[in-house]
Write a protein that binds this ligand. Structure first.
Ligand SMILES: Cc1ncc(COP(=O)(O)O)c(C=O)c1O
Length: 405
């Protein structure tokens, strides 16, 4: 194997510089731990951004992928494959929807949702309903449609005109939605917890209120559960916590535990607007990804992992709140639902510095928003592993790195 220095040299020469990685190279994972080329071990409390719900190298997932790779890896959607049919049925059963479109990432799932929302109205003869109302500080992905929905101007800079007809209102502000959604609106588009925006759960009543408003005004309600779905909040979908049924839900990240996948879930009368030839994906519904997702869903049940996520989430957010209380000059509070939690750093504390200090102590997490340290660990995480991460965080926040100046 090439040395760490050789690998980093090659990365510096050949990889596009669109990410800002620290100088370490991960080679292996097991459970909630990762190892780098130097043999250093890290506690993974971000799970590849809420993806590795079963942790790393989970035997059930490894077995499913290996078996499927030896049987059938890809055929494209000219033909059905057994795994995509089984997965569509499983996703429909767990979510309560009728129709499933499989794709390969979160941004693709949102792209499909955007197209479906517009085409649904068009197919009913309502050709002027093309507007989309999204929220500030949201994140929906990087393709041109998803980036236009994303309510953060830093993601638009330099990319020319954004999609016409998309506008943004303050997250959690139902009155702002009421003022914006009208007879030109195809859909209201929100996350149930703004993940990248800073781990901001929807205020009480917001999801229910938006559901009622969309129904009243004839617009579709689209909920992006790409970060919150697949059990992370203690339910299969976060909207199930409050009994809200959006017209379209998008999922991705955790669905196949690390194998690329995305999905759009919807109702029969809406999904039928996408007739043969109107939308598609070469890899979408690939039997390898579908087999991985089926193994994830089975393991979620067998390990009662959604209930476990809820319990561990309480343990984590309580621990974060205790640290914030103990070090008010370092952190102002903690928030989150299930295993999507964050601690809000105080003014002047350097978030990147905190992440670096944690990494030096062998704990990997990520930043969300301007000053939130986000925890989105594997759903199999144990209380002891969370305590290990909390102890490292406490040590860092006892004397945190501060912004220069
Ligand atoms: C809520 C949400 N939507 C969409 C996306 C985009 O997903 P992907 O990176 O798989 O395209 C993300 C990714 O972080 C996300 O958190």
């Amino acid at each position: 194997m090439a040395s760490t220095a050789e690998l980093l040299g090659l990365a510096g020469q050949h990889m596009l510089k669109n990410y800002k990685q620290p100088p370490l190279v991960i080679t292996r994972g097991e459970g909630c731990y990762l190892w780098d080329t130097e043999g250093r071990r890290y506690l993974d409390l971000y799970a590849g951004i809420a993806v590795c719900v079963l942790g790393h190298a989970h035997p059930a997932l490894v077995r499913a992928v290996t078996e499927q790779a030896g049987r059938l890896m890809h055929i494209a959607n000219y033909y059905y494959n057994d795994r995509q049919i089984e997965l569509s049925a499983e996703l429909a059963r767990r979510s309560g929807y009728d129709r499933v479109f499989l794709c390969n990432s979160g941004t693709e799932a949102n792209e499909a949702a955007l197209k479906l929302a517009r085409r649904y109205h068009w197919a009913r003869g309502d050709k002027s309903r093309t507007d989309l109302v999204a929220t500030w500080s949201s994140f929906h992905g990087r393709s041109m449609g998803s980036v236009a929905l994303t309510g953060q101007a830093k993601y638009w800079e330099g990319f020319g005109h954004m999609l016409p007809g998309v506008s943004h209102v303050a997250y959690g502000d139902l009155e702002a939605m009421r003022r914006r959604i009208n007879d030109r609106t195809a859909a209201g588009f929100i996350e149930p917890v703004q993940g990248e925006g800073g781990v901001l759960p929807a205020p009480d009543g917001y999801l229910e209120g938006l559901r009622a408003l969309c129904t009243e005004r004839g617009a579709l309600m689209v909920v992006d559960e790409i970060q919150t779905g697949i059990g992370r909040t203690g339910r299969f979908l976060a909207t199930q916590r409050v009994g809200v049924e959006p017209d379209i839900t998008t999922i991705a990240k955790g669905t196949a535990g690390g194998v690329p996948i995305g999905a759009l879930l919807t109702r029969e009368h809406i999904g039928e607007a996408l007739l043969p030839g109107t939308h598609g994906s070469t890899f979408g519904g690939n039997p390898l990804a579908a087999a991985a997702a089926l193994a994830v869903l089975r393991t979620l049940d067998e390990g009662d992992l959604m209930a476990h996520a809820e319990k561990m989430g309480r343990h984590l957010v309580d621990g974060l709140a205790r640290i914030a209380e103990k070090y008010p000059r370092s952190a102002t509070g903690a928030r989150g639902i299930g295993l999507l939690c964050g601690i809000v750093l105080a003014d002047g504390v350097d978030p990147r510095g905190v992440l670096t200090a944690l990494r030096e102590r062998g704990v990997l997490v990520s930043q969300a928003g301007d000053r939130v340290v986000r925890f989105a660990p594997p759903l199999v995480v144990t209380a002891a592993e969370l305590d290990e991460g909390l102890a490292a965080l406490e040590a860092v926040l006892a004397d945190p790195p501060r912004m220069a100046g």
